[in-house]
Design a protein around this ligand. Structure first.
Ligand code: BG6
Length: 284
């Protein structure tokens, strides 16, 4: 029995309980895990890897994969107060996903993934999520959430991308200067006075609805374009935080920065509505 989608650009790398989707194209190579439906690698041809994945990430399907671009859905952060026992960042990143559509041209590859397991877990809320990846020399991750129920749903989410940035002490995001943020570590709000730099643990929700962001590294820059979001989350656990996580290699914090396109501000999804949020990124 094999109803898996086949395509010239696609190979399935079998793991014990799921596969990794490896895509090779003239313009890029990419890897997407069926577990979590998450991007694990994106490399434009002839250029460097843009995505950071922890060397000690658990990839056997027993916990969320540390690194790549996990999908936090249908909530970002702690579970809603109505169900506090549920996991942080929701179920999408620990559900099994299926590739349901693939189209390939000379200029791009598009993948559509769905998760029957996730829909089952959320059958009461009748929410569904379609994950769409579009790859060329750029990568776009798009989440399309539809409320098929009869009640409003307060949706929060994040495309929790871990970017490979070589050296955190030489990394900046200029566009966040002047933007108000909520600091999850100090539980207080402030306005960032200068370009964002990181030399300590950072866990901030920026109220940034602009599209463009630039992660400037020592050797190059990663350009980001967000849509449909109401916030940008920036996270780096720094040395002690990384050390406390068994799936985060001790020195990894120096080489990664999470910059997340997110909905964190009480977004109400009405019955019948679809909300799309996306993050596109490329090397410049
Ligand atoms: C960030 C949150 O998005 O994700 C942080 O703002 C959190 O508070 C981090 O610590 C990692 O979360 P997790 O569940 O993958 O360890």
């Amino acid at each position: 029995m094999n109803n898996q989608i086949q395509a010239d650009c696609l190979t399935y790398e079998k793991q014990q309980h799921f596969s990794l989707l490896n895509i090779e194209h003239a313009l890029f190579s990419a890897k997407v895990s069926e577990y979590g439906g998450q991007l694990l690698s994106f490399k434009p041809k002839g250029k460097r890897e843009l995505i950071w994945l922890s060397d000690s990430a658990v990839t056997d399907g027993t916990k969320a994969i540390r690194g790549g671009a996990p999908i936090c859905w249908p909530w970002f952060g702690a579970a809603p107060s109505s169900s506090p026992e549920q996991p942080q960042h929701g179920f999408a990143r620990t559900s099994r996903w299926q590739l349901v559509q693939l189209s390939e041209t000379d200029t791009e590859v598009k993948l559509v993934l769905k998760s029957p397991e996730l829909e089952q877990a959320l059958c009461e809320q009748q929410l569904d999520l379609v994950l769409v990846y579009t790859f060329s020399d750029q990568a776009t991750i798009a989440l399309e959430t539809t409320n098929r129920g009869i009640n409003d749903y307060e949706l929060s989410l994040a495309i929790h991308s871990y970017f490979d940035i070589e050296d955190i002490t030489h990394t900046q995001i200029p566009e966040l200067q002047g933007i108000e943020y909520f600091d999850k570590l100090s539980q207080s709000s402030a306005v960032l006075k200068q370009a964002l730099t990181v030399d300590a643990p950072v866990d901030r929700i920026f109220h940034y609805e602009g599209s463009e962001l630039t992660i400037k590294t020592r050797r190059d820059s990663i350009a980001l374009a967000h849509s449909g979001h109401d916030s940008v989350v920036v996270w780096n656990p720094w040395q002690d935080g990384a050390h406390a996580m068994t799936d985060f290699d001790d020195h990894g914090y120096r080489h990664m920065l999470c910059v997340e396109a997110a909905l964190t501000r009480n977004h109400i999804l009405k019955p019948g509505q679809t909300k799309s949020v996306s993050q596109r990124f490329y090397l410049i």
